[in-house]
Ligand binder design. Structure first.
Ligand code: IMP
Ligand code: MG
Length: 175
């Protein structure tokens, strides 16, 4: 593999606009309720922070950690919950907030994990999802942007713990 470079695919202005739209949809759908946002760490933390500040409803937050890909770029397929939520979500309206849905395996595992606690409802909000999983029919209730293949970083999303701090979203390219 040669030298790697970053190509910006989604600028911060576009992210800001889309986050506002998603927040408005959530505000309309959860009016009169107090949803619990469950953020999948670490990648979704920037998205969650921007999203919750735009929703404008009383809400709660919690955090969950699933086993990651480590330093590689490909999925190992086996997912476990490394840190669980501490909120009692039974009977609550839960919104699972994730950074990027790639194969959809993590999402499926976390959805089943949370559903086993009998929440009143459970929806998924993802900043990004591969076009591939969308055409395969994976249900994402609130989606920021569909993305093509290519390893994505920035706005909370990392490659080997790098680039989370970047305000825009990039794809890594071999030079
Ligand atoms: P999935 O289980 O294959 O859907 O993978 C989900 C997780 O893998 C995401 O929540 C990310 O943490 C990580 N991931 C997948 N694709 C990328 C990428 O392009 N950049 C950074 N992380 C990724
Ligand atoms: Mg993730």
């Amino acid at each position: 593999m040669g030298k790697m470079s970053l190509r910006r695919i989604i600028p911060r202005s576009q992210i800001r606009r889309r986050v506002k739209e998603l927040a408005a949809q959530i505000r309309a759908d959860y009016s009169g309720q107090r949803p619990v946002f469950v953020c999948v760490l670490k990648g979704a933390f920037v998205f969650l922070a921007d999203l919750v500040r735009q929703v404008g409803l009383p809400l709660e937050m919690d955090f969950i950690v699933a086993s990651s890909y480590g330093k590689g770029k490909t999925s190992k397929g086996q997912i476990t919950v490394l840190k669980d939520v501490t909120t009692d979500i039974a009977g609550r309206h839960v919104i699972l907030v994730d950074d990027i849905i790639d194969s959809g395996l993590t999402l499926q595992h976390l959805r089943d994990h949370l559903a086993s606690r009998r929440p009143a409802s459970l929806r998924v909000c993802a900043l990004l999802a591969r076009e591939r999983v969308l055409t395969a029919g994976t249900a994402i209730d609130y989606l920021g942007f569909p993305v093509p293949e290519g390893f994505v970083v920035g706005y909370g999303i990392d490659y080997a713990e790098q680039h989370r701090e970047l305000p825009d979203i990039y794809v890594i390219e071999d030079e």
